[in-house]
Design a binder for this molecule. Structure first.
Ligand SMILES: NC(=O)c1ccc[n+]([C@@H]2O[C@H](COP(=O)([O-])OP(=O)(O)OC[C@H]3O[C@@H](n4cnc5c(N)ncnc54)[C@H](OP(=O)(O)O)[C@@H]3O)[C@@H](O)[C@H]2O)c1
Length: 246
C-alpha cells in the first residue's frame, strides 16, 4: 500500500512504547520507516516484523544522525524519544538527570528537525511530529525539568509553524496524558508503575497515539493538525493541591 503523500519516516524511540506503535503503524501504512533507538535487539525485532530499517544510536550524540539525513531524503519525522529518570523535587534532581532530560527531550529533537528540514523545505514536502506531554501544558509536582523540556517543545512547534509558512511542511505536537508504557520504569520501578499508574484506571495505549498520528498524516496536505491533547477519560489535567504550613 502506498501512502497518499509520503514515502519515508524517521521515528525516534522506536524500540518501545509509543514510538514502537507509531513505527508499526506507519510501516503498515506503506511508509519506509527508519526506527531509531539504543536497544538494537528491540529494533531488530521491529524490523523483522515490519520491514523497518533499524538505526541504533544514542540521541545524545548527533553525528550518526547527520550521516543518516545526508544519505536519505526523509518525508516524516516523529520526534518521540524521551525520558523521565526520576520523580523528585527540583532541589533533589541530580545534575546528570537534568542534563539527560534536556539532551534527549529537547536538544535532540531540535537538531534532528533541523537536519530533516533542509531537504523537506527544498522538496516542499514533509511533516514533523513532536510527542510532547500534558506535563508541558500543565504544572505537575516533582517533574519540573521534564515539564520544562516539554513546554519548550510546545512553544517551539508554534514558532516553527510560523517559520515554515509557505513551505508546505506541516508540524504537529501531540501532548498526551498518561499512556501505558515503560516510561516510568526508572522513575517508579516497573511493579509500582503498573499498580499506581495503570491498574487503577483505564489507560491510553500506545496504539491510540499511533492512530492519531496516522490520521493527521493522511489528511490533505493543506490541513495541519497543529496540536492534539489526549487524556484517558479517567484523567483530568490540572487540579489543585493545598499544603498546610501549620
Ligand atoms: N507514557 C506516558 O504516559 C507519556 C505521556 C506523555 C508523553 N510521553 C512521551 O512519549 C514519548 C515516548 O515515551 P514512552 O512513554 O513510549 O516511553 P518508553 O517506552 O520508555 O520509550 C522511550 C523511548 O525513548 C528512547 N530513548 C530514551 N533515551 C534515548 C537516548 N538517549 N537515545 C535514543 N533513544 C532514547 C528509548 O529507546 P532506547 O531505550 O532503545 O534508547 C525508548 O524507545 C516520550 O517523549 C515521553 O515523554 C509519554
Amino acid at each position: 500500500m502506498k501512502h497518499p503523500h509520503y514515502r519515508s519516516a524517521v521515528v525516534t524511540g522506536a524500540s518501545s512504547g509509543i514510538g514502537r506503535a507509531i513505527a508499526r503503524k506507519l510501516a503498515g501504512d506503506g511508509l519506509h520507516v527508519y526506527a531509531l533507538g539504543r536497544d538494537l535487539s528491540a529494533l531488530d525485532a521491529l524490523a523483522r516484523e515490519t520491514g523497518a530499517t533499524p538505526v541504533a544510536l544514542d540521541l545524545r550524540n548527533l553525528t550518526p544522525l547527520r550521516e543518516l539525513f545526508d544519505k536519505v531524503g526523509i518525508d516524516v519525522v516523529v520526534n518521540n524519544a524521551g525520558l523521565l529518570p526520576g520523580i523528585s523535587s527540583f532541589a533533589s534532581t541530580s545534575p546528570d538527570d537534568i542534563d539527560s532530560m534536556i539532551d534527549v527531550n529537547l536538544r535532540a529533537p531540535l537538531h534532528l528537525t533541523q537536519l530533516a528540514l533542509h531537504s523537506m523545505v527544498a522538496r516542499k514536502r514533509g511533516h514533523v511530529f513532536f510527542v510532547g506531554s500534558s506535563a508541558g501544558r500543565f504544572p505537575h509536582p516533582n517533574t519540573a525539568v521534564y515539564g520544562a523540556t516539554k513546554a519548550a517543545i510546545s512553544l517551539f512547534c508554534d514558532s516553527l509553524r510560523c517559520d515554515l509558512l509557505g513551505s508546505n511542511v506541516r508540524v504537529t505536537e501531540i501532548a498526551p496524558g498518561r499512556v501505558q508504557t515503560n516510561l516510568y520504569r526508572t522513575a517508579l520501578g516497573e511493579q509500582a508503575a503498573k499498580e499506581k499508574l495503570y491498574e487503577a484506571y483505564r489507560s491510553i495505549q500506545p496504539e491510540h497515539i499511533a492512530e492519531l498520528i496516522a490520521t493527521a498524516l493522511a489528511l490533505p496536505e493543506y490541513v495541519d493538525v497543529s496540536r492534539l491533547e489526549v487524556f484517558p477519560t479517567d484523567q483530568a489535567p490540572g487540579g489543585s493541591q493545598i499544603v498546610s504550613m501549620k
